[in-house]
Design a protein. Structure first.
Length: 435
């Protein structure tokens, strides 16, 4: 049987494990050293007392009349040793290679005046006896039962308290060490250059301050870089409109022919592409629009009625009863792009709405050709077209869904595409509800 030990996956658990093992080992070593020192001190004190007590007790018993000695045995008895007025219990001579320390102490105390012999008494507990004769020839046995110094009754409670204190200190230390990393990870996960940047708190230990400053600087640089690129795209797209307009005017003065019609079509396509480029550049800054409290049922009904007034086949299903803080112009542009996309490739669209306690879900459904599963994520990228359906003949620029994606992010929501069972596409917009 093989025991597989897995290293913890989270940094908090790893630090906790290292701290706990280190502290417990250090505490065990400290306790072992203290216990050994206490044991040696208690042993030396006990042996010193043993020498004094045995020599005194033997002197008292030797001077007492024989008939008074039994009454003194209980007075002279101690917890680990006592005295017997007899030859003692049968035993075996103590091995000279394994002589207890107490034997040496007793011999040093009275061995010069009273010849001693020691025997080992068999039994589960260590037990030996020292045999001698008093001055009148009476036998006397020193009955010794060595025992370890007992632990204090309060010591286990102190050890448990120390263990609890170590666990609490470990938890506090790990929390203090992990909290800045957690904040940094959350900030990186929610980093959105399109939204207003939220700076990390630049307080705490030096290492935390340096990391927070570096992240805030990186966030500002990313936002500035993106803004610069979008401004460049908007400027180029805007400036292209003037020469395109001049070219269209000049084409109008040309004689009617097939080449003129082709040229006008190309110029119209270029003009449409430029306008979409400007719209995409502006969509990146959708977060600059002021938020308003919006009744979503009324908002969606107005959107659908506008399409129906134009003779478009757009239906609204579902009811949310949600009133949320949102940017209505940006939200309308998202839904218009999704609905126009459905009408272009399916001829009809269905808008579904549903809400729960945390989010509002708006789905735009169609029964068009759909999109290959491998391309569902790619079609949200700028200037990407699905070759089999969304080509230049349809007037598509590859920016409609990209604009919707950018505005959805600016609104704090998410836009996902999926194919429907039975054919068609589902574009689902999920917005947070802040009531």
């Amino acid at each position: 049987m093989t025991l597989n030990v897995h290293w913890p996956r989270t940094l908090a658990s790893r630090l906790s494990l290292i701290f706990l093992i280190g502290l417990i080992l250090a505490q065990a070593l400290s306790f072992g050293a203290q216990y050994y020192e206490r044991y040696e001190s208690a042993k030396n004190t006990m042996l010193g007392n043993l020498q004094t007590d045995v020599s005194t007790s033997i002197a008292i018993l030797d001077r007492l009349p024989a008939e008074e000695r039994p009454a003194w045995l209980t007075r002279l008895a101690r917890k680990n040793y006592g005295y017997l007025l007899s030859e003692g219990d049968p035993g075996t001579p103590i091995d000279a290679r394994d002589v207890p320390v107490a034997v040496t102490s007793i011999t040093e105390a009275i061995g010069a005046r009273y010849p001693l012999t020691f025997t080992d008494i068999p039994g589960p507990r260590q037990h030996f006896q020292g045999h001698l004769r008093l001055s009148d020839g009476s036998p006397l046995t020193i009955d010794v039962r060595p025992a370890m110094a007992p632990l204090s009754p309060w010591l286990p409670g102190v050890l448990l308290g120390q263990l609890a204190l170590m666990i609490a200190c470990t938890w506090l230390a790990v929390r203090i060490a992990i909290r800045p990393l957690t904040r940094l990870a959350n900030a990186v996960e929610t980093l959105d250059p399109n939204a207003h940047p939220i700076k990390l708190d630049e307080s705490g230990p030096n290492e935390v301050v340096y990391a927070a400053r570096a992240f805030n600087t990186m966030q500002a640089r990313i936002a500035a870089y993106l803004k610069e690129r979008m401004q460049l795209l908007a400027a180029i797209s805007h400036d292209l409109q003037t020469p395109i307009t001049r070219m269209k005017l000049r084409a109008e003065f040309m004689d009617d022919c097939a080449e003129k019609e082709k040229l006008c079509n190309d110029l119209s396509e270029m003009e449409h592409l430029v306008r979409e480029g400007v719209a995409y550049a502006r969509s990146v800054h959708g977060a600059t629009e002021e938020s308003r409290r919006t009744n979503m049922d009324s908002f969606l009904e107005s959107l659908v009625f506008d399409y129906q007034d134009m003779g478009k086949q757009v239906q609204l299903t579902g009811h949310s009863a949600a009133v949320i803080d949102t940017r209505p112009h940006a939200l309308r542009r998202v839904l218009v792009n999704l609905t126009d996309n459905a009408l272009k490739f399916a001829g009809a669209a269905e808008v579904q709405v549903a809400a729960d306690n945390a989010s509002l879900r708006i789905s735009v459904l169609d029964r068009g050709p759909g999109i290959a599963e491998a391309e569902l994520a790619q079609v949200l990228q700028p200037f990407y077209r699905v070759e089999n359906s969304r080509n230049r003949d349809t007037g598509g620029t590859g920016l409609g869904l990209a604009i919707a994606q950018q505005l959805a992010m600016a609104l704090g929501g998410t836009l996902t595409l999926s194919n429907r069972e039975g054919g068609g596409l589902c574009a689902e917009l999920v917005l947070p509800i802040n009531q």
